[in-house]
Design a protein around this ligand. Structure first.
Ligand SMILES: N[C@@H](CCC(=O)N[C@@H](CS)C(=O)NCC(=O)O)C(=O)O
Length: 229
């Protein structure tokens, strides 16, 4: 039995999708980052990094990087439907795209969302945000071009956990589409058709659909509250 410290609307949804798709048993503990619960003494005692997701295993091992949780679960439970085994074709591409999403796409997304963390001068925030947004769109376009040429999934016709990761981060673009009079149609899912196709394929999976619905709801709520400083 696993324990996942989680909030709907955050990237911990990607870990949740692997637990669901893998048919694994877990207990969910809600952590509200908008009210700063991730910095509470009780949560820091579990994960001193103060970040979600955080997974605690049956042997009390703590794994907290999202991609590490996803790979750990897939490998430990031999979830071949989610990840090619280490000696199988596609394993290199799996690592490559997962790391690209975490280190490049998500990095720019977090920089845009938390622009205030990148300067001591609040006057810099709009410029930091604009640059992060430019990087984010550029990186999503790289993913879109790859999926258009080689898709519908990151590994071609083979679905994998990277597609689950995409569905969680692409939801940011999806909520952009939904916001009435979205000021920037360019940064919406509609401008990335191959990403949208991959997102729709994941959203159509019976075990993923409810998680993604809750994720979108959670995201709308986080956007209407405010992110932690
Ligand atoms: N590198 C970590 C980053 C985790 C992360 O930034 N989680 C966010 C939620 S999506 C969080 O806990 N944010 C709280 C904060 O940054 O204060 C990962 O990929 O799992």
């Amino acid at each position: 039995m696993y324990t996942l410290y989680h909030q709907d609307g955050t990237r911990s949804g990607a870990a949740l999708l692997v637990l669901e798709e893998g048919g694994l048993e877990y207990d969910l503990r809600h952590v509200d980052i908008t009210s700063g619960e991730h910095r509470s003494e009780s949560f820091l005692a579990v994960n001193p990094r103060g970040l979600i997701p955080t997974l605690v295993t049956d042997s009390s091992e703590v794994v907290s990087e999202t991609a590490a949780i996803m790979m750990y679960l897939a490998d430990r439970h031999r979830l071949a439907e989610l990840a090619p085994l280490p000696d199988e074709a596609g394993r290199g591409a799996l690592h490559d795209w997962l790391f690209y999403h975490v280190g490049e796409v998500q990095e720019a997304g977090k920089r845009q969302a938390y622009a205030n963390r990148y300067s001591t001068d609040p006057a810099d925030i709009p410029r930091i945000r604009a640059k992060a947004k430019e990087a984010l769109l550029g990186r999503w376009r790289v993913v879109d071009r790859h999926l258009a040429a080689n898709g519908p999934y990151h590994l071609g016709s083979r679905f994998s956990l990277v597609d689950l990761y995409l569905s969680i981060t692409a939801a940011w673009l999806q909520t952009g589409d939904e916001r009435a009079g979205s000021p920037d149609p360019e940064s919406s899912l509609k401008s990335l058709p191959a990403v949208k196709r991959c997102y729709d394929l994941v959203a159509a999976r019976p075990k993923c659909a409810p998680v993604l619905e809750a994720h979108l709801e959670g995201l709308r709520k986080i956007l209407s509250d405010s992110l932690p400083e």
